[in-house]
Design a protein around this ligand. Structure first.
Ligand code: SAM
Ligand code: DTB
Ligand code: SF4
Length: 329
């Protein structure tokens, strides 16, 4: 979708926009299901980058200490617990600028991934920048999706981060696609952006070819000590609008109502599901921040007659990925 189309959609009255998004949602996702994804920070804090929203940057005093990479056993224990709780996608995050092949830490992560990929869950990682070879090795180890957000518009990005560029982000996304992993890419609301920046972000996401398999829409969780600690809160109706626009612009994407649900009422979240959200982060913790409890989320889904989505609904499992890649060569 181009910016002009997104602008005219965004000017529609709230309920008309919601109705249109609902129609697209029902045509593509008729099953009333929500994907449950569990996050685990496998390497917390001490990051070289200066993303002004992030508690894990070493440049700010946020109270988040730098930790070492978790052991494979610790990660597998968390992954098994997530599966037992009903989660179907396990997402591992590391506070790194990126990874390089042949380094010990990358080899250790590949080993962790091989272990998690045996648990029959979708395996997602977010490790920062990747080259073509790193992407290939991740895919071979069993990663089904790679999360790498563009976060905001290219115009606003330099106001938020100075240690890497928007184009660096796009390059990594290209390597992820070329390696045959699903792309998980979205952004954050509340970074001091204008309404037009949000539309530009959607324009870029929806013009990735193919559009991302999943699109996390995060709401800034202001982190004490970061430059955005005192940012203005985002109105929940604006979050719902963004979900509706994402649903219309990317009909086949899993649109994930991501960070910031702790600040949204049950009713606002229900509207977001109505508008096209069909995925959440599930479990008490995001990376460093809080998330609603499992009990609370299961109760909400039950009230809304929504059921958890089975794994591999739209992402081929690792074995199929390898077959598909071979068939293409
Ligand atoms: N270091 C990797 C990277 O930057 O791609 C992976 C981890 S990073 C924490 C993953 C994503 O979390 C960011 O791109 C951003 O969208 C989201 N995020 C981080 N801090 C956040 C915050 N305080 N509020 C909302 N979303 C946040
Ligand atoms: C994404 O878009 N949101 C997640 C995941 N991808 C890695 C991270 C949210 C982080 C929220 C702040 C924190 O926990 O520190
Ligand atoms: Fe580092 Fe990622 Fe946080 Fe940026 S968002 S400071 S790259 S962990």
């Amino acid at each position: 979708m181009n910016l002009t189309e997104l602008e005219s959609l965004s000017q529609r009255p709230f309920f008309e926009l919601l109705q249109q998004a609902r129609a697209v949602h029902e045509a593509h996702w008729p099953k009333q299901e929500v994907q449950l994804c569990t996050l685990l920070s496998i390497k917390t804090g001490g990051c070289s980058e200066d993303c002004s929203y992030c508690a894990q940057s070493a440049r700010y005093s946020t109270g988040v200490d730098a930790e070492r990479l978790l052991s494979k056993e610790a990660v597998l224990t968390n992954a098994r617990a997530a599966k037992a709780n009903g989660s179907t996608r396990f997402c591992m995050g590391a506070a790194w600028k990126g990874v390089r092949k042949g380094t010990k830490r990358f080899d250790d992560v590949l080993d962790i991934i091989r272990g998690v990929s045996e648990l029959d869950m979708e395996v997602c990682v977010t490790l920062g920048e990747l080259g073509a070879e790193e992407a290939q090795q991740l895919r071979d180890a069993g990663v089904t999706a790679y999360n790498h957000n563009i976060d905001t518009s290219p115009e606003h990005y330099p106001n938020i981060v100075s240690t890497h560029t928007f184009d660096d982000r796009l390059n990594t996304l290209k390597h992820v696609q070329d390696a045959g992993m699903a792309v998980c890419c979205g952004g954050i609301l509340g970074l001091g952006e204008q309404a037009g920046d949000r539309l530009r972000m959607l324009e870029i996401l929806s013009n990735l070819s193919p559009h991302p398999e999943s699109v996390p829409i995060n709401v800034l969780m202001p982190m004490p000590g970061t430059p955005l600690a005192d940012a203005d809160p985002v109105d929940s109706f604006d979050v719902v609008r963004m979900i509706a626009l994402a649903r219309i612009a990317m009909p086949r994407a899993k649109v994930r109502l991501s960070a910031g649900r702790t600040e949204m009422s049950k009713e606002a979240q229900a509207l977001a599901f109505f508008a096209g959200a069909n995925s959440i982060f599930y479990g008490e913790k995001l990376l460093t921040a809080e998330n609603p409890s499992v009990q609370r989320d299961l109760a909400l889904l039950e009230k809304l007659d929504l059921t958890p989505q089975a794994p591999f609904t739209d992402v081929p499992p690792p074995c199929r990925q390898a077959e598909l890649a071979e068939a293409l060569t």
